[in-house]
Write a protein that binds this ligand. Structure first.
Ligand SMILES: Nc1ncnc2c1ncn2[C@@H]1O[C@H](COP(=O)(O)OP(=O)(O)OP(=O)(O)O)[C@@H](O)[C@H]1O
Ligand code: SF4
Ligand SMILES: [Mg+2]
Length: 334
């Protein structure tokens, strides 16, 4: 087993808001090993971005972070700004959620990638920097790289801009790449190309890759292990195959039921009813209780903790019986 590169323990994020606090991340433990691809999946607002931004020291000023996040043994929570700045864009490359707002509209994409290199390798000669920029654009499969490096972000398609963001993230050969929704807003063909670029980069450099997405389908083909987040918690985690075929949490089962799949062709996709709880007014027990078809009385009172059930870890009182109960209900409905 490869060594653990990134490890979060009891990581928490609260945002101070008028009249209280938004509990955006609640005791998250995530391990990422060298060379592996880890997916973080959940609905909008489940705390996926906040988890990763917390360890990089990039949250809004109203955030309070607690717990631990160590990268290669270096504690990142509470680390000096200089230390975090050196890690970001250096040993840790980040592809941010929205490429249009993350790229500077008045600089060519080549200049922006060059700056990402120069910050971390200030002694590199300008010619070498530009050669590296061209090489990076070629690595992320941008055609006519030598011309495209002179383009401004608005002159490129969404897919091309996303490739530029990836080129910037990997400019300094990071050991860890964090890609936040790298394929959202792209059509499916381009999505597949971007995922291939990321997976190729990972295997070429033996870096680790964290893919954050709301779409379980995105991680299906590329991730080794997946963490499913709900209302700031990891509610289920395990190897990707186990999560798809032997999941134990009703929320994971619900996410899968929303996915178009070849083996369910002809059947209606079933959205998960209801909405996630407000993170400044969380229920006392399980955060999923208002949407859960198999909830029991104890679910309203006691918040379930992650525990191993078979080949996955799951935070549900009723697991392993929960998903079979859901299947039985479906059979009755049909
Ligand atoms: N600065 C802030 N102040 C208050 N609440 C915030 C702040 N930033 C984020 N939040 C809240 O924290 C929660 C988690 O946000 P986060 O951005 O991590 O969600 P996410 O899972 O990445 O969602 P998405 O899929 O939409 O990107 C959300 O409820 C969000 O509204
Ligand atoms: S703990 Fe209860 S409410 Fe929560 S997911 Fe499991 S069965 Fe549903
Ligand atoms: Mg996000």
């Amino acid at each position: 087993m490869n060594e653990v590169l990134l490890q979060t323990r009891d990581l928490g994020v609260e945002f101070a808001v008028s009249g209280g606090a938004v509990h955006a991340v609640r005791g998250v433990d995530i391990d990422v090993r060298r060379g592996e691809v880890v997916g973080i999946v959940g609905e909008s607002g489940s705390g996926k971005s906040a988890t990763m931004l917390a360890l990089l020291g990039l949250l809004a000023p109203n955030a309070k972070v607690h717990g631990s996040a160590s990268f290669n043994g270096i504690e990142m929570i509470g680390a000096p700004h200089e230390q975090l700045r050196a890690l970001r864009g250096g040993r840790i490359g980040m592809v941010f959620q929205d490429p249009m707002t993350s790229l500077n509209p008045v600089l060519t994409v080549g200049r922006q990638i060059a700056e990402a290199i120069e910050v971390h390798q200030p002694t590199l000669r300008p010619k070498r920097v530009m050669a590296r920029v061209q090489e990076l654009l070629e690595v992320v499969a941008i055609p006519n790289a030598s011309e495209r490096m002179r383009a401004y972000p608005h002159e490129l398609s969404g897919g091309m801009r996303q490739r530029v963001m990836i080129a910037m993230a990997v400019a300094n050969d990071p050991e860890l790449i964090i890609a936040d929704e790298p394929t959202t807003a792209l059509d499916v063909t381009i999505q597949a190309q971007i995922l291939t670029v990321l997976a190729d980069l990972r295997s070429r450099t033996n870096s680790a890759l964290v893919i954050i997405t709301h779409d379980l389908g995105v991680v299906a083909g590329v991730a080794d292990r997946v963490n499913v987040m709900y209302a700031g918690r990891v509610v289920e985690r395990g190897p990707v195959e186990e999560l798809f075929y032997r999941n134990q949490h009703p929320y994971t089962a619900g996410l899968l039921a929303c996915l178009p799949r070849l083996d369910t062709r002809g059947r209606d996709l079933e959205p998960i009813g209801g909405a996630p709880p407000l993170l400044d007014h969380l229920p006392k027990g399980c955060a999923f209780v208002s949407r859960c078809k198999v909830a029991e009385p104890r679910c309203h009172d006691v918040d379930p903790q992650l525990r191993d059930v078979g080949t996955v870890s799951v935070a549900c009182h009723v697991a392993p019986a929960a998903t079979s109960a859901m299947k039985a209900m479906k059979a009755v409905d049909a």
